[in-house]
Design a protein around this ligand. Structure first.
Ligand SMILES: Cc1cc2nc3c(=O)[nH]c(=O)nc-3n(C[C@H](O)[C@H](O)[C@H](O)COP(=O)(O)OP(=O)(O)OC[C@H]3O[C@@H](n4cnc5c(N)ncnc54)[C@H](O)[C@@H]3O)c2cc1C
Ligand code: SF4
Ligand code: SF4
Length: 1014
């Protein structure tokens, strides 16, 4: 395809950036970010592009936005509105002032239950809006997969569509009005025709001109605008005569807000959006139809929609396999399968009546029999399994993006929409096109509306651009043949604006340019999108531009797993270490972040606590990965170990939330260790960091004279001095050293031959809370296990090396790890379980030990290492646990999980074990990180953010708990934070169980164990 590009993209001459920055700083209260790292963090979205903005504004108020628009107008600087930046087509990157409305402009402005509308600021996130609406019985039903991060402003900008669009339509069908500011400062409400009559003259002129254009192009609109619901390319020039299968308004009248919907920030800045709400569906049922071939699934889609489902979503074989390789998704997807299908369709029905929803599910089962596939449906009648399966489907793209190697699934024909009767042929033919170009694609998503997502795997650093164009041209020809839409969901941006003339023809393209100039004659609003675009394969705009290369780096940790090449057709990887990354795989691990923005979620899980507390892109997993990538590829200067990276990683609490929850497995905690190692090599270590890191080495002395070590907490003035000299927050008490350490006490357990369990007592438990180790030992012995206590042949207790890792002292950590290996390897080789109490220490054995190049023994230890409650739960599931427990005086417990417990999925075990205590009802706090995170919360410069993290949910939940409620937390620092912030004592789960030990039985067991030892 050689689309005629109407005009090359011309940016207005930019004034010196410092003049822009200075003028903005004078004019606004929000954050004005012009440093290279901040601009770098806003130079990408979830597309393949990277364009550095002139600067970034995070406005505090709408007045800030108005003031910024005025400054930009007077300096003739382009403006680019941005929400979560999760666009896939490059809509939110450009050489402009980026205005990020997601941090502060996210309020609900008005709710009208009678009209069933809500008016919101543009930065509110869909899931947060729906959480706010839930108890009102309504929801905003455009349920995009990125609902946890997508902002309403961005959703309107892209005319987004959800899985249930067959029932509810796209954004254009659900936006009632938009209060907007034009580039010239005009403020106006765009909405139904009637609302426009009182508009200011400038807007009345626009309205008149729009009508004239629409009347003039009436026939061309009917001829050129695809007659499918999923069409989001170009401007909605058809508002006067909708071409969509679903009318934009109930009475067919024009609504001028609909022209702004899908305009990708090129026409106006949306300051408030009034949305139509739908009743929350009372009942849902789901039928999972299993198909022997993808073709058959696609053929059936046209018949299934006749049952009036609210969604028909495809998951293909590759996606099924990828989901099965994820431990969290495997049981969910397995429950939906009958045998080994090549594809499944998720067919959902909603109804006010449960009986109706059930009977429609029965109709589906009947229909599949009629279509020659009897017994192909897995019915899901209850909400829990349905939600679990929808979560897997929503994670579809992200699951796919977890592919290692330089070849990645690339979005450019990912949302072509074709009429349902052609879907099967389209899929079949496009699959052959992929094969011809030496690649393949994974198919999934909205079969109900003919919008299947598919991303061929391309290597954009090598021959990807040429293949992208060739495939796009062949796909485009098919879409035209089938009278479909080239852009059915994700918009135009940089990747598809070039295709607007191809899809709509020269007359409508000219009409689009007229519309753009009507609203924005100075061409300041997000230039180069939809009209007057660059080419999709302009490599100077790529994230991985020609010549992109990571700097050579000698890494301290093992990153070879990422240093591979992938063959997309054979679906194979070359051996670890063979990928040619000059940074030994560290570069490729960082590049796994595809900018989808899932780490911006707030709803559940842990990731990312520092973003939750600050809402800053810099303090987000994505912002960190981008900063690392820019630095490692020399885009922030020659020095990788730079202050920009240090600052971006500063608030990372190493919670490992991203390791588990980031769909592509970005493990920022591990990256932080690597960076700190590189940083220390260049910049050395501060006194405070040295003290914290070496704690396990000086702790024996502190325990010998605890009154000296603990004086800082007691002697007035010392806390203030510790802040001045060491940077330890004066507001904090420090954990107190004990003389009666566990390992220094009477020898317990160590003489056992062939123990079942080796208790690994970490530094914190040993020196600060030995009673936890005593409790664990008592419980394990009461349950009849032979327990040995892990000891080193030298006099100093064993240590996992965590404090050294937290300071980037990897060599010291390795030294400690080797001591642990030599003490525990013989036990592990014999099959004994290694049981620990402090999550961050125990999980080091399972995680960091495997990255420190320690040899095969580390894997044996990792396989045997279990948290105390994981061990008990495992024994219980195997029917081997006989633990005599009696009820406690408390009947309720509130459990806060340590981040690493959550990251390693140990929370179910903790709950299971607490459930062994008779009559104890356990509630779990839906909390992220407690904010203490090792030494993080004790540091003066982190104190505020540490408390903000704790105040997000943990401390309010603890304060709200009844005084008789047991507060349970396994992490030493979590317990300390709870004590500091809520003045409540929290207990390790081992102590709860020890308190519940039925004393008679326990004594008997203890004497038996003692007898055995003797
Ligand atoms: C993994 C993944 C899955 C996705 N799934 C879906 C899906 O199911 N359905 C779907 O439709 N999309 C999907 N998308 C695309 C994207 O998430 C959606 O389009 C989303 O609605 C964008 O929201 P955002 O806040 O990130 O907007 P942004 O990307 O920040 O902005 C989107 C556009 O709106 C403009 N804009 C933002 N705010 C304003 C404002 N105040 N005034 C004027 N213009 C503004 C921007 O300039 C930009 O052009 C997916 C993306 C990813 C990465
Ligand atoms: S860090 Fe992970 S979750 Fe965040 S944007 Fe990158 S890939 Fe997505
Ligand atoms: S380790 Fe935790 S704090 Fe750090 S980036 Fe990941 S989720 Fe955020």
């Amino acid at each position: 395809m050689n689309a005629p590009l109407t005009q090359p993209l011309v940016f207005h001459p930019a004034p010196a950036q410092d003049e822009l920055a200075r003028r903005l700083r004078d004019a606004v209260r929000g954050e004005v970010l012009f440093d290279a790292a901040s601009r770098g963090r806003y130079s990408t979205d979830a597309s393949i592009y990277q364009v550095e903005p002139l600067g970034v504004l995070v406005p505090r108020t709408m007045d800030d936005v108005d003031a910024a628009l005025e400054v930009c107008r007077s300096l003739r600087v382009p403006v680019l509105p941005r929400g979560a930046g999760s666009s896939q087509c490059g809509q939110t990157v450009g050489a402009a002032l980026v205005i990020d409305h997601s941090k502060h402009l996210n309020a609900v402005i008005a709710f009208d239950p009678d009209a069933a509308t809500v008016t919101v600021q543009p930065g509110i996130v869909l899931d947060q809006l729906n959480a706010w609406l839930r108890d009102k019985g309504v929801w905003f039903p455009v349920d995009v997969s990125t609902s946890a991060q997508a902002t309403i402003g961005g959703m309107a900008g892209n005319n987004s569509c959800g899985s249930r669009s067959i029932a509810y339509g796209n954004m254009v069908h659900n936006v009632h009005a938009i209060d907007a500011t034009l580039a010239d400062g005009t403020q106006a409400r765009f909405g139904p025709e009637a609302d426009m009559r009182d508009a200011v003259p400038r807007v009345r002129e626009i309205v008149a001109a729009l009508r004239a254009i629409a009347a003039r192009e009436h026939e061309e609109i009917a001829r050129r605008v695809p007659h499918v619901m999923r069409r989001v390319g170009g401007y909605n020039v058809d508002i006067f005569a909708p071409q969509s299968e679903r009318p934009y308004t109930r009475d067919g009248s024009a609504n001028y807000a609909h022209l702004l919907v899908g305009s990708e920030g090129t026409l106006a800045w949306s300051r408030a959006l009034t949305l139509k709400l739908a009743a929350l569906p009372a009942h849902r049922t789901l039928g999972v139809v299993n198909f022997p071939t993808l073709y058959r699934a696609m053929e059936c889609a046209q018949h299934l929609v006749k049952l009036a489902p609210s969604a028909v979503e495809l998951v293909d074989r590759t996606m099924i396999d990828l989901a099965r390789s994820n431990p969290a998704f495997r049981p969910v997807i397995d429950a939906a399968l009958i045998g080994e299908p090549e594809a499944i369709l998720l067919v959902e029905f909603t109804s006010e009546e449960r009986a109706d929803a059930l009977s429609r599910l029965d109709h589906l089962i009947g229909l599949m029999g009629d279509l020659g596939l009897p017994g192909a449906v897995v019915p899901m009648r209850e909400a829990a399994p349905q939600k679990a399966l929808w979560d897997v489907r929503k994670a579809g793209l992200n699951i796919m993006m977890s592919m290692k190697g330089d070849g990645k699934p690339v979005s450019f024909i990912e949302d072509c929409a074709v009429p349902l009767e052609h879907l099967a042929d389209y899929v079949d033919r496009l699959t052959q096109v992929f094969a011809k170009h030496g690649t393949r694609g994974t198919w999934y998503a909205h079969a109900s509306v003919g919008t299947l997502h598919v991303r061929p795997i391309l290597d954009m650093r090598r021959d990807g651009a040429a293949k992208m164009r060739a495939i796009a041209e062949e796909a485009g020809a098919m879409v035209r043949e089938y009278k479909g839409a080239f852009s059915g969901e994700h918009g135009d941006g940089l990747v598809r604006s070039e295709w607007v003339p191809w899809q709509f023809g020269p007359r409508l393209t000219h009409a689009f340019e007229e519309i753009k100039d009507l609203f924005d004659p100075g061409r300041l609003m997000n230039p180069g999108k939809i009209v007057r675009s660059t080419r999709m394969d302009d490599a100077s705009l790529f994230r991985y531009k020609p010549g992109y290369r990571a700097l050579p780096l000698e890494t301290a940790l093992d990153w070879s797993e990422w240093n591979v090449h992938a063959d997309p057709v054979a679906d194979t990887l070359t051996p670890p270490g063979s990928g040619g990354d000059p940074a030994q795989g560290f570069g490729k691990a960082i590049e796994m972040c595809n900018n989808n923005g899932h780490c911006r979620k707030f709803d559940a899980g842990t990731m990312c606590p520092s973003y939750r507390a600050t809402r800053d892109e810099q303090h987000l997993t994505r912002g960190r990965a981008n900063t690392l990538r820019l630095a490692l590829s020399g885009q922030l200067g020659a020095q990788f170990a730079s202050e920009a990276v240090r600052d971006a990683l500063d608030l990372c609490v190493s919670c490992k939330g991203c390791k588990r929850e980031c769909p592509t497995g970005v493990d920022m905690a591990k990256m932080k260790i690597e960076f700190l190692h590189q940083w220390r090599t260049v910049h050395g270590l501060s006194l405070k960091d040295r003290l914290v890191a070496h704690l396990p080495r000086w702790a024996p002395w502190a325990a010998r004279w605890p009154w000296i070590a603990n004086a800082r907490n007691r002697v007035p003035g010392l806390a203030a001095l510790s802040e001045r000299w060491l940077g330890i927050a004066r507001e904090r008490s420090l954990p107190e050293f004990r003389r009666d350490t566990f390992l220094g006490g009477p020898a317990t357990g160590e003489a056992v031959d062939n123990p079942d369990v080796v208790l690994f007592v970490d530094t914190f438990t040993n020196y600060y809370e030995p009673e936890n180790a005593h409790a664990a030992l008592a419980v394990l012995q009461a349950a009849g296990y032979r327990v040995a206590v892990a000891r080193s042949p030298d006099t100093r207790p064993l240590c996992c090396g965590r404090t050294f890792l937290a300071s980037g002292l990897v060599d010291e950590a390795k030294h400690e790890a080797r001591r642990v290996l030599s003490a525990l390897a013989p036990h592990a080789a014999r099959g004994a379980s290694i049981v620990g109490l402090e999550p961050s220490c125990l999980f080091s054995l399972r995680d960091e030990f495997l990255s420190m190049k320690l040899g095969p023994e580390a894997r044996v230890i990792a396989e045997r290492a279990l948290l105390f409650e994981e061990f008990l739960a495992k024994e219980k599931r195997a029917g081997r646990l006989d633990l005599p427990l009696k009820p406690l005086t408390q009947t309720r417990a509130l459990l806060h999980g340590h981040c690493h417990q959550k990251a390693f999925d140990a929370m179910p075990a903790t709950r299971e074990v607490l459930a062994l205590v008779p009559n104890l009802k356990v509630d779990v706090v839906e909390s992220s990180c407690c904010g203490m995170a090792g030494s993080f919360g004790y540091e003066a410069r982190h104190y505020d953010v540490s408390m903000r993290m704790a105040e997000l949910s943990l401390l309010p939940a603890v304060r709200a708990a009844d005084p008789d409620t047991l507060i349970v937390a396994d992490g030493t620092s979590c317990r300390h934070q709870i004590g500091d912030g809520a003045r409540r004592e929290a207990r390790h789960v081992a102590r709860v169980l020890a308190d519940a030990l039925s004393t008679t039985r326990a004594c008997a067991e203890r004497s038996t164990a003692a007898a055995r030892r003797a």
